[in-house]
Design a protein. Structure first.
Length: 263
């Protein structure tokens, strides 16, 4: 696949404001998200600022691109991290356990890292199946649907998420109620809508806890440190495909696909 060129002009002062040009010149204006005082961690030292942005960047293949059509997932996730997830770009207290050189790499490479991490999480959540659904037998009724609660889509989200997360308001139950349970036309099963919601939930989780792997408050069991069957170590292994995290000499435009898809 021909690499996709991404031009960025990013300011970090301290929250990201970016304009991205992708492919044939489509421009995407990123929103500035200044956290409120109630959301900011005033008792925690700030993370160091990133190096200057790169003028051009070719987003390498992300592992889920082993599936047909998944390149659009990669580009959408990458743009969402840059435009709407400033706390991911700042980092986390345990981020160097996943990406040892995180605080030395560029904004674009940080967004690549988070896109790869989301891909790893999605593999263990849904097997990269956008129409995956799981009945959460211990969680009762979804207050939005009035039906038993299901986790759905790439990142296994629920309609109720729109109640506590306004950025998940693209999940439209009024539209979806007339569709079959795994109909890909359902808004919650749309890969881009699912990723937008999930990445911003992760951004909020990192803002609150300053860690990727947490116990209480973790949305996803795959990164819940108190869950014996979490997938943290396996996700770390998958992140070795993000070359700049581990080497200053690694070519930034090349990333291998994971050799296997074992669970």
């Amino acid at each position: 696949m021909k690499p996709t060129h991404i031009s960025t002009a990013l300011l970090w002062a301290p929250i990201l404001s970016a304009a991205l040009s992708i492919g044939c010149g489509n421009t995407f204006q990123a929103s500035s998200q200044q956290p409120s005082k109630s959301e900011s961690s005033t008792d925690q030292p700030p993370f160091p600022p990133p190096p200057p942005p790169q003028q051009t960047f070719e987003l390498p293949k992300i592992q889920w691109e082993a599936k047909d059509g998944a390149r659009s997932w990669s580009l959408h996730a990458f743009k969402t991290v840059l435009a709407k997830a400033p706390h991911l770009l700042e980092g986390a207290d345990d981020v160097t356990e996943y990406c040892p050189r995180f605080f030395a790499i560029s904004i674009e490479e940080r967004a690549w890292f988070w896109t790869a991490l989301v891909s790893g999480m999605a593999f263990y959540e849904s097997g990269w199946d956008p129409t995956s659904r799981m009945h959460e037998t211990t969680m009762g009724t979804d207050p939005v649907t009035g039906q038993p609660l299901y986790s759905e889509g790439l990142l296994q989200l629920s309609y109720q998420d729109r109640q506590g997360h306004p950025y998940c308001n693209e999940f439209d139950w009024d539209n979806d109620r007339h569709l079959g349970p795994r109909d890909p036309r359902k808004t919650i099963l749309n890969p881009e809508k699912n990723l937008s919601c999930g990445i911003q939930i992760l951004n909020r989780q990192i803002r609150k806890h300053r860690r990727i792997g947490i116990g209480k408050g973790a949305y996803w069991s795959v990164i819940k440190i108190t869950k014996p069957k979490n997938k943290i170590e396996k996700i770390k292994e998958r992140l070795k495909s993000v070359a700049p995290c581990f080497s200053t000499k690694a070519p930034q435009s090349v990333a291998r696909l994971h050799p296997s898809f074992e669970t």
